[in-house]
Design a protein around this ligand. Structure first.
Ligand SMILES: Cc1cc2nc3c(=O)[nH]c(=O)nc-3n(C[C@H](O)[C@H](O)[C@H](O)COP(=O)(O)O)c2cc1C
Length: 207
């Protein structure tokens, strides 16, 4: 049975349009997919502590108790065939909750290693979908701000070996509910043509 890891980090929780779309995507990857949700707001991760920092830089054995949470989060990625990440843009970047998750998952000699001075991923590649929600625009004719989020996420996921990464951009959501509804519907219509999401039609999109 295909397994999907759904990573959520919006403070708006169920009211997040990106969160809603990401759930729809996870449900459509396969009719019988087993979906594991890692909600980084409902269940906040502990801030990094000295023991963790020392275990990482000191290359402690993976059974070191200080690495237990890191091991658990990496294990969740490893056991998933697909990743779906829903993230708001916060100050042009990923929210702090998602950055903290990355600080546990991107770990030297565990999820990446050094080869000739370059970082090389140790995790097996798997299709990874990222839904980005933003109040303003950073792509297209209406772009009016920087985007450090998507290039950063593409880069850091590549560091650990996740290269098949597809982005869905829900922009301009601060313009009100009509724009939110229209943007969501346009995204659903585009995703309906993506063979990964063929298990069921998206709401409001003809099969
Ligand atoms: C702390 C904070 C920082 C934000 N920074 C940005 C930003 O840099 N650019 C932007 O377009 N929107 C920004 N927003 C707006 C959110 O990206 C927008 O409300 C988005 O729709 C939230 O998505 P969500 O409902 O999935 O959390 C920010 C919102 C918050 C709460």
């Amino acid at each position: 049975m295909p397994r999907v890891l759904l990573i959520e980090c919006s403070p708006n929780e169920d009211a997040s349009p990106g969160g809603q779309l990401a759930r729809e995507m996870a449900e459509r990857i396969h009719a019988n997919a087993q979906i594991t949700v890692r909600n980084l707001v409902r269940e906040p991760l502990l801030p990094l502590c000295g023991d963790y920092a020392r275990a990482v830089t000191g290359r402690a054995h993976r059974e070191d108790p200080a690495l237990a949470l890191s091991e658990q989060l990496i294990g969740e990625v490893e056991s998933a065939h697909y990743l779906v990440i829903s993230t708001p843009m916060h100050n042009y970047m990923v929210p702090a909750a998602l950055k903290l998750w990355l600080d546990y998952v991107v770990r030297i000699q565990r999820s990446f290693t050094m080869v000739d001075g370059n970082k090389e991923g140790l995790l097996e590649d798997r299709p990874t979908f990222v839904v980005v929600s933003s109040g303003g625009n950073y792509l297209g004719a209406k772009a009016s701000q920087a985007d450090f989020l998507s290039p950063y996420l593409r880069h850091i996921l590549g560091v650990i070996g996740l290269h098949h990464v597809e982005f869905v951009h829900l922009q301009g959501l601060a313009q009100g509910p009509e724009v939110v509804a229209e943007t969501l519907q346009q995204a659903r219509a585009r995703l309906a043509n993506n063979p990964y999401f063929a298990a069921a039609p998206f709401p409001g999109v003809p099969a």
